[in-house]
Every structure is written in C-alpha cells, then in structure tokens.
Design a protein around this ligand. Structure first.
Ligand code: GLC
Length: 790
C-alpha cells in the first residue's frame, strides 16, 4: 500500500516519511509514546477522543538511516520503520516488543459444509476478512490482550475477534458477541512481563483480531478513515494506562452522592410510586442516594417534558425527596419525537439541527416516541443547544442525566450509511459518526449541566467512544439476571477500567429476566465495590428492590449497601487519584501483579483500588471458593485473620459473606453509618489500619472537600496525610492536614472534629499520635484510638 521509502525528514519531534505511493509520519510525544499517522482520509488532526495532544516529554530523539530502514531512538525505545510503513519496536535494551507481520495471512482451516450450516442458522466465520487498512503484528508467544472497552467473555482477549460498531442488542450478551454498545479501540498487550498499548483512533467500524484468525499474528483494521494509531510502552500496565489517558483524558472527580447506592426501574410510573420507594428505603434503614426516572415520566416519550397526570408536580416531588436525602436522575434519549407543535422538535427543525439523508431531508427512524429525528451531536452548535435543553430539568432540581439509546438505537432498521452529519466542519456520513454519536451526546449533556449548575455533572451513558470518560460514567447496558452475567461483569468492568473508563457499573441484579434473592445477594456484593452502584430492572420483570425477595435478601442488601457507605471515603479518594493517574477503581489483579502469571487470566477476582481485593461468589449455590492471594500479606476483611500471599486458599462464604481481603500495610478511611451522603455532620472519620509489621511506614492521602463543585480545583480542600508504623512494641500514628487555599480553610465548616483509628491484629501496649503517647481501647479485633482534632 505504501511502497518503498523514498525519503524522510525530521522536524522537531516528527519524522515524516515519503513512500512510493503515500506519506506517513511518526510523532514522538514521550520516550515511550508515539503516534503513527497516514492521511488516508483527511490531512488534519481531527480526533473525537483527544482534545489536544499532550506536551511532548522526550529526553532524546535520534533519527538515522540504517541500511533499508529508518531507526529512531528515544530514551526507552528503538523504532525501525521499513518499506510499506512496517514498524518494529524494541526496548532500549534491544528486546523486541512489537513487530509488523509481513508473511501471508494464514487463516486456521475451517472444515465443513457452510451452506448447510447457514441454513440451520449457524454463524459461519469468513476465512480471512479483508479491509482497506489492516495493521498486522507478529505474535511472539505468550501475549495476553486486555482492554478494548466493553466485551463479553473473559479478561484476556487472546484468541478473540471483535468489531467496534456501537450496537443495541437486548438479547443475552454472550461470548460470541463481536460488538456491544461501546467502541474503545484501545488494547493492552502483556508479553514477557512487559506491557504496551495501541490506540487506533478511528471512529469508523474497526476490527480487532487477537489471534483468532491465526495465532502467528494479531491485527487491527478499518475500511475508512486515516491510519492513526498510538503506540505506548509501559513496561508497567499502569504506565500504559497513564499514557492512554494522557491522550484521551481521565475521569474527573464526580460529586460524592453519585457514589452512593442508586435505585432504578423501567419505570417508576408515578410520583406516588417514587415516594413509596423512597419511604421503603428510609423505613427499612437501607442507605440510598438516587432514584431514577426512566422513560415513563415523560409526556409520550417527548424528551424534556413531563407526564402531568402521573407526575403532576415534579418540583414538589424532587423537593420532597431532597428533604429525605434523595437525588433524582432522569433519562433523556436522543430521539426527538417528530411532532408538529412540540417545541424541542420545532426548534431543532427550524435550525437544521437534525441528521439528514443524502438529499438534506431530515432523517426519520422510530424509537420510543414513534417517528423520531436524531439531533446531530457531531456539531458544536447542536451540542450547545442540546445542553441548554436541560436547563428546565436542572432548575426543577434534577441532579443528573441518564443518556440512553445513543448508539444510536433505531427500531426501524439501522440508520443507513449515507445519513449526513456536520462533524464540526468536516461533513461526514453515518459510517464515521455512528461510533461517536453517544459520546458527543454525553459531552453535550456534560457541558449543559456544568453551565446550568456549576457542579460536577453526573451523566450516565450507554454508548461511548474512547475519551467519553471525560464527560460521563457508563453502565454496561441491558444485561440479564443470569449468573453468567454476574460472572461476566468482573472481566467486563475490569477491561473497561483498563480502557480509561474509571467510573463504571452494571445493572445490579440484572436488567432483563427475573432475578432471585440469591442472585441479587451475590450481585450486591460485587456492586458495592463498583463505582456506579445501581440496581436496575426491566419492564415486566419481577420487582428487584432490595426488600422484594425475603428477609435474608433484604438483610444482605442492607449489609453490603452499608459497607459501601462505610468505605465511601476510600472510593472517593481513589476516584480523585484516578483523575490524576487514569487508573480505575475496579482493577484486574494483573494491573498490580503483572510479574505474576497467575493473575493474567484471573476472571473472578478484582481489586478495588490498590488495598482491597474482592473474590466474590459468582456461582449459584456455592459457599466455598478458591481464592488466589498474590504476594504480600492479606487480612480477611471480616475475621481479620491474616494470610500469606503467593498462594491459593479455600474460602468458605455463606450467602451473606463476600470474601474480601485487605492488603497488610493499608490504611482505609471509613464513614460512620449514614443513610445517604451528607447524612450526619460529616465531622467524624474512621481510619482502619491493617498493619504489616515490617517496620515500614504506611501512608495514605485523603481528600476532604465540598464533594460537589469544582472548588477543589482551586485548592479549596483539606488534604489529610495519615501514616502509621507498627512494630511489636509500639504503634506510631501521624496525621497532618494541609489546605492549599488558606482563606477558604479559615472560613469553611468542612473539617473533622474526631478521627478514630482502628488498628487490627495488634497486641501493642504503646501508641503515639504525632509523637505524643495516646490512650487507646482494646475491642474484639481492634485497638481503638480516638483523637479530637483541634
Ligand atoms: C434501554 C436501556 C434500559 C432502559 C430502557 C427504557 O433498554 O438500556 O436501561 O431501562 O431502555 O428506557
């Protein structure tokens, strides 16, 4: 396709290469990060994932011709560019990381009578799919593949093939699904303990084969768009995620209440029913922060309207709920009802804000409201108009927006390829716009909420592209109340986290199909650790609120929802760190233990931050499971029994027990009991200390701020620094508080009056706090030290 190298030149950090048939360039952004670009479609920098390229951070860049190739050397990599834009990447020690594959493609042999198989409805896989642009990389042996956003199946994607084409398919999501709601064309390869990542920034339908066609190679491909990909070297997985999110952005710190428990249903049909639900939560002492209004709150599914028969006084309802500590989140779909006299439709039509057919006529398809039109979110003007539509909801007190059906979904066949979009100055068709439609809708909503409230927007979206993490949390769409889907949620959320999405969750209990008390009990044990913690169920399924099964299920829901509220300061801190590092809350164990091969295919355990490891029961009827504890010492969260890592253990866990382990040496901040975020005076913090007796000091940074606004970005917060050291004879505790904005710190009422330390597994007789001997009490498992903060 490119032909032989004709000439090259270096301009600053870019190496531009003229080949016989086309040109290409390599831009070095970091010693471990470079972009490969060939303008096959348009010769401009245009990305829906990257707002602006990060500042370059390079120690060195040496470029020279060596025989038939161009050799580019940075402080971490040796990159050789050959004819046909073949690129081989080595570490600076000369170990091969990634090389282009230049042999014939050799699909595995597939024997059988495909015509007959097709007749019975079996899927028949094409032998060697052909694309306009295909980048084929050599498989070197033991590569594992991760990332690529939301995928069914296992954590390691080796041997799998996927497409990126956002798809709303409510059938049970199974391993063979090539595509779901989200397109994140980014993957991480872990090989020989070294990780690198590739981000293929192309919004057309893209294809990823991780050795399904043949295990001598893997490829990524597209039928249109530029050749535009980024190579990023670790060697640590965390470094790769850092590079990826330096490009596409990190998840911003959310408002604190968004991390509380959320209750949803398609739909709570009336204000009365919503109030009933709220009353149940409070009277049953089950914490909850959010109640959702699904599509039936609207008038005939017209977005930005209310059904005044069933919701006669939305403001009254929202105010009444607010007094009980609840927030309301409403759904908004993109499909605008085609309806003369409906002002949203009319405004959009008058201004030409909708996608059109090839002749410029507004394109119509069918979704919930019947015939509907599709706002063109690829235009900044339309995004701004759409953002403003939320003003009325926000003024009523709606706290967040759920943007759904934005693949975009359509009931009357798929949108044709030639539906037209403005695309911010680069007019295009549906083929390029499809995979970013949801992301651009989320962006419009984010900007609208920010503009009208000044608070950190809470947006939840179903469809997304790389970079959507900047605007929205996501959930994994219409799962089912299947044990299989509970199991699948762990690798799925883990891979989403590796793909830059730090704020994620599934419909706890499962959306379609009927849940059981046992399944909900086990699901809530996983959900209480996922950043988005929302129970949701479909129309016509049995009730799924925590109390609707039996007393035991209710008790278990209460126990784990309460646990969530207890550890919420830890979760909030993790998300604050995530804004800086890009690291997710839900992490597969390989993220921290990549040297340990036993973590590479671990599908049913996960880390919550770096201190907590969860090994939930995800099989019906099971009460004993194998748990892998990686190196280190681990506390059983419940019994405080100590285990040595680097070993498998058999863990017993009755239905009300979820195996949870805390790494020795960790400090975990806790809330006292709460019914909702902001319940109580917020002046009491508990720090759990799980000592490791190494004599090393454990330390932890904790953020305390208003939990709602962007003021933390201007230094309006307290940064608590806790540290603890433990040996057989003494525990030394230290705490300090810094507040970057001194004026704010002097006037704010935000602060702690009491800090309570709970220290496990210790028989120490002497405790000091900031160097002064302190009193303590010994309870069952813990030594308790209560400190009054001056
Ligand atoms: C879609 C969503 C689901 C929602 C339903 C009705 O199926 O995925 O969560 O409840 O639409 O709005």
């Amino acid at each position: 396709m490119f032909g032989t190298i004709v000439s090259w030149q270096q301009t600053d950090k870019t190496v531009s290469i003229q080949f016989q048939h086309a040109s290409a360039s390599l831009l070095f952004l970091h010693d471990s990060l470079f972009r490969v670009f060939a303008p096959l479609k348009r010769d401009v920098f245009f990305s829906r994932a990257i707002d602006r390229l990060p500042e370059t951070r390079l120690q060195c860049l040496n470029v020279q011709s060596v025989g038939k190739y161009i050799e580019i050397i940075t402080a971490s990599l040796i990159v050789r560019v050959k004819d046909d834009l073949q690129i081989d990447v080595y570490t600076s020690e000369g170990d091969l990381l990634c090389a282009d594959y230049n042999e014939q493609r050799l699909p595995f042999v597939r024997r059988g009578n495909s015509e007959l198989a097709k007749e019975e409805g079996h899927a028949v896989i094409e032998e060697a799919r052909q694309y306009r642009t295909t980048i084929i990389k050599q498989m070197n042996g033991d590569e594992a593949f991760y990332g690529l956003g939301e995928r069914p199946g296992h954590l390691n994607k080796r041997g799998c093939f996927y497409r990126n084409w956002n798809t709303d398919d409510p059938h049970p999501h199974v391993e063979s699904y090539e595509t779901l709601y989200k397109s994140i064309p980014f993957f991480i390869t872990l090989t020989d303990k070294k990780a690198f990542g590739i981000f293929f920034d192309n919004t057309y339908e893209t294809f990823f084969d991780f050795g399904k066609e043949n295990d001598n190679y893997y490829y990524f491909a597209a039928n249109d768009g530029n050749l535009d990909y980024y190579f990023m070297y670790g060697p640590q997985v965390a470094d790769v995620i850092g590079h990826y999110t330096s490009l596409t952005g990190t998840t911003p710190l959310p408002q604190k209440w968004t991390l509380g428990y959320q209750q949803c249903r398609w739909s709570y049909p009336s204000a009365e029913r919503v109030k009933e639900i709220a009353t149940q939560f409070r009277s049953r002492n089950i914490p909850c922060d959010v109640i959702y209004l699904d599509i039936d709150y609207m008038d005939g599914y017209r977005v930005f309207t209310w059904n005044r028969e069933t919701f006669p006084d939305p403001q009254g309802l929202i105010t009444e709920l607010a007094a009980q500590g609840f927030k309301v989140v409403t759904i908004i779909d993109p499909g605008v009802k085609k309806d003369r006299g409906y002002d949203v439709y009319e405004q959009g039509l008058a201004n030409g804000y909708y996608a059109t057919d090839a002749d410029g006529v507004t394109y119509v398809n069918r979704v919930w409201p019947g015939d509907s039109v599709y706002p063109d979110f690829t235009s900044a003007t339309v995004r701004s108009w759409w953002g403003d539509q939320h003003q009325s909801l926000l003024e009523l007190g709606v706290a967040g927006i759920w943007t759904d059906m934005n693949e975009p979904a359509s009931f009357n066949g798929p949108l044709p390829d030639d539906v037209q979009f403005r695309n911010d100055g680069y007019p295009t068709d549906h083929r390029e716009a499809h995979n970013v439609y949801g992301s651009m809708m989320a962006r419009a909503t984010y900007d609208g909420i920010k503009k009208w409230t000044g608070k950190r927007p809470f947006v939840i979206t179903r469809a997304c592209y790389a970079g959507t993490q900047k605007y929205s949390t996501i959930w994994t769409g219409d799962n089912q109340s299947f044990w299989e889907h509970l199991r699948m949620s762990i690798p799925m959320l883990s891979n989403l986290g590796l793909s830059g999405m730090a704020f994620v969750g599934t419909d706890v209990g499962g959306f379609s199909f009927d849940c059981t008390g046992e399944l909900l009990s086990r699901w809530v044990q996983v959900g209480c650790f996922t950043p988005l913690f929302r129970n949701h169920s479909a129309a016509n399924t049995r009730d799924q609120e925590p109390w609707t099964f039996d007393e035991r299920t209710e008790h278990i829901n209460r126990k784990y929802i309460q646990l969530r509220y207890r550890i919420l300061p830890y979760i909030y801190d993790q998300l604050w760190r995530s804004e800086k590092t890009g690291l997710p809350l839900i992490r597969p164990l390989m993220l921290h233990y990549q040297e340990d091969q036993l973590t590479h295919n671990l599908n049913d355990q996960f880390l919550c931050g770096d201190a907590v490891m969860v090994a939930p029961i995800v099989q019906q009827g099971q009460t004993v499971r194998q748990v892998y504890l990686p190196q280190g010492t681990w506390f059983d969260y419940w019994s405080k029994q100590v285990h040595s890592g680097g070993a498998y253990i058999l863990q017993h866990a009755e239905l009300d027990e979820c195996p949870i382990y805390v790494k020795a040496g960790s400090l975990l901040p806790n809330n006292p009991p709460q019914q909702f975020i902001g319940d109580g005076d917020g002046q009491h913090l508990i720090i759990e200390y799980f000592p490791d007796y190494s004599g090393a000091t454990s330390s932890y940074e904790h953020l305390q701020d208003d939990g709602e606004t962007f003021a933390y970005q201007n230094g309006q917060y307290h940064l608590w620094q806790f540290s603890a050291t433990c040996n057989d004879s003494e525990i030394r505790l230290e705490l300090t508080k810094q507040s970057p904005d001194a004026n704010w710190a002097e006037t704010t009422s935000i602060g702690y009056k009491k800090i309570e330390w709970r220290i496990y597994d210790t028989s120490t007789t002497r405790v000091t706090v900031n160097g002064v001997v302190a009193e303590f009490q010994q309870s069952a498992h813990a030594l308790v030290v209560l400190i009054d903060v001056p």
